[in-house]
Write a protein that binds this ligand. Structure first.
Ligand code: FES
Length: 122
């Protein structure tokens, strides 16, 4: 699938430790600045599909503001509750703890860009 970088913010718009939700075509994306490094993740939590806006970042972990599912901001991997609960006994939870989709990010001339499928740009 053809991919394309698109500008979603200026570097100074999002300070270290902050996040921002952006809509890129059909994609809700959570942009994260962790100690000056930007990451972009699927903006809706796998638990109940609620927006991750306002989630806190601590030591590379995103904490969902609704019920505190936690994700690795580099990989999107669910860290909590996936590592705690017996997923084989809880099939619905197994669906909910899937990794968040992640997007490639680059900074060009002070602009933060994410790579999204061309068809998602609408
Ligand atoms: S919606 Fe994120 S933990 Fe419930």
């Amino acid at each position: 699938m053809a991919m394309q970088y698109t500008t979603i913010a200026r570097v100074e718009d999002i300070l270290p430790g902050q996040t921002r939700m952006v809509q890129v075509g059909q994609c809700s994306i959570l942009l994260v600045n962790d100690c000056g490094v930007f990451y972009a993740l699927q903006g809706l939590c796998g638990h109940q599909n609620l927006p991750l806006a306002g989630g806190s970042i601590w030591q590379g972990v995103l904490d969902c503001p609704w019920h505190h599912f936690q994700y690795d901001i580099r990989t999107g991997e669910n860290l909590y509750p996936r590592r705690i609960y017996p997923l084989n006994a809880l099939p619905r939870l197994r669906q909910q703890v899937r990794p968040l989709h992640t997007y490639a990010v680059r900074v060009v001339a002070g602009k933060v860009q994410v790579e999204v499928p061309r068809c998602d740009l609408g």
